[in-house]
Design a protein around this ligand. Sequence first.
Ligand SMILES: [Zn+2]
Length: 224
Amino acid sequence: MLKILNGIRRFQRNVFPKYERTFQELASQQAPEALLITCSDSRVVPELFTQCGPGDLFVYRNAGNIIPPFRAEDGSGTLATIEYAVSVLKVKSLIICGHSDCGAMKGVLHPESVRHLPLVDRWLRQAECARRIVCEYHKDVPEHEQLQLLIQENVIAQLESVKTHPCVAVALARNELQLYGLYYNISSGHVSAYDPESGQFAPLMDSVPPAGPRPRVSREKKAA
Ligand SMILES: [Zn+2]
């Protein structure tokens, strides 16, 4: 805790004065560009690797950047956060970002390793679609590749899951919202983006195509 307390003091003394004007402008309103959903992992710092500042990103984090499908009776924070960001803040982009060496996805790949953690176990079962795809199509690749593929498949699966949320469906139908999938590599700092044309993650270009329907042909090619 000492490290955090010292950090707060340094922030108030050295950093806040540089941002004072920005924070004054943001004091009673926000208009973030994007809702970014990523993992709780301490090594993933969205504002650092996107170089966004205060007020730019509305960030929601949980273990494994998982978005449960919409259920009307569900009062979870995930649903409420998405609804607020899309319907009230009217973010233009909804980004789901997975990352390398994700502990949550390791738990998905090896469910037996989280059996003693009932809540984690139950939460991670929501990434079962991604696990099945990897086990079905990539069962013979080395473990580290399997993990990377699982992390990326999970981002793609969550891009589908988020579309079950009525507020997202409406914003997409009105063409007021775009969905994007990213993969952040902790050791290199590289970010790749889901390309709906190829169904793969590719290095970032000047523009990133929004995530559309999954191409069937490329999946069949992969399986061969
Ligand atoms: Zn993670």
